[in-house]
Design a protein around this ligand. Structure first.
Ligand code: FO1
Length: 318
């Protein structure tokens, strides 16, 4: 079975662990969000690609869900000693090596997709990880700071500001000129099932869908497209998805996110058991819906979720 997953960071990566366990013989292609990418100290950092690569490759800092395990911060401290910022983005020594290799390869002319493939040679994530595009896309957020409205990089909004100020708009800068990376449209066309994991629907899955051609390819793939709600009990399970959902005028509910993706795209939607009351409304919107436990508390729970998603896909296919 060929499965395509549109993944962002932590939620998507954790779900993929369960999907691999639920479908050990499947060919899984992950289309990774690159809108979170940031250029720091002359290096290109790809948080969502790295979170998938490290999580599935066994190098992730488990509690954080980002960055490397057994990390040290000597380089970060030295940079700070030179007064070279920003200090608010925690890049560790081991993590720096990934960004140095990536930046060196890009400087040598390799596209991000080839670089990602090369980095995955070491990590063996057990899935094919393709960035949504080889072109530069960086999400910026419109906020009011010191009485003036300005666009800040997503990472500054997310990490330095802790999403504590209102987001007036979320803009994936460059998305409209970006092309799907080699292999993305082919993987979608050849997929047997397409999955939207519990990633941030705006800045992760939404950004991938903003690359011209990807949303259309999924809508026309003619295979089941099933998603898992990242919102449980009217709140994001992790992260601050509510802040960016509000920016795009979407209520923080499992049903609102399903409607946001739309029945033109989504055939099935899993909500958590606490949101069982929403099932009827979602089904009447033309999206098959089931209420199942959606808390990724451990691998067993995540594997069960993945099984439910695949079962729903087969129900939709029938
Ligand atoms: N998130 C934080 O909350 N604080 C950090 O200092 C931080 C550093 C960081 C470094 C590398 C990396 O790949 C991710 C990092 N993240 C950090 C997480 C990052 O903001 C998120 O993983 C995504 O951008 C959102 O999913």
């Amino acid at each position: 079975m060929r499965i395509v997953v549109l993944a962002g960071g932590i939620g998507g990566a954790r779900f993929l662990r369960g999907l691999k366990a639920a479908a050990p013989d499947a060919d899984i292609t992950v289309i990774g969000n690159t809108g979170d990418d940031i250029h720091l100290f002359g290096l290109k950092v790809c948080p969502d690609l790295d979170t998938v690569m490290y999580t599935l490759g066994g190098g992730i800092h488990e509690e954080q869900g980002w960055g490397r395990s057994d990390e040290t911060f000597a380089v970060k401290a030295e940079l700070a000693a030179y007064g070279v910022g920003p200090e608010w983005f925690g890049l560790g020594d081991r993590d720096f090596a990934t960004h140095i290799v990536r930046t060196q390869m890009i400087g040598a002319g390799y596209p991000l997709s080839a670089v990602t493939e090369a980095l995955c040679e070491r990590w063996q994530p057990g899935v094919r990880l393709i960035p949504m595009s080889d072109d530069r896309v960086e999400t910026h957020v419109l906020v009011d700071v010191d009485g003036e409205r300005k666009a800040v990089h997503f990472q500054e909004y997310w990490v330095r500001l802790h999403a504590s100020v209102e987001a007036h708009a979320v803009v994936p800068v460059g998305a409209d000129q970006a092309k799907p990376a080699p292999g993305v449209l082919e993987a979608i066309a050849e997929a047997d099932v397409i999955v939207f994991p519990p990633s941030n629907p705006v800045v992760s899955v939404g950004t991938i869908l903003a690359v011209p051609g990807i949303r259309e390819a999924i809508a026309e793939a003619g295979v089941p497209v099933v998603g898992l709600s990242p919102i449980v009990g009217d709140a994001p399970v992790r992260g601050m998805a509510d802040k960016v959902l509000q920016a795009v005028g979407v209520e923080t509910t499992a049903a609102a996110v399903a409607a946001h993706y739309g029945s033109g795209l989504l055939d099935g939607w899993l909500v958590d058991t606490v949101d069982a009351a929403a099932v009827g409304g979602i089904e009447s919107a033309g999206i098959r819906c089931r209420a199942v436990p959606l808390m990724m508390t451990d691998l067993e729970a995540t594997t069960a979720m993945a099984r439910e998603a695949l079962a729903l896909a087969e129900e939709v296919r029938a």
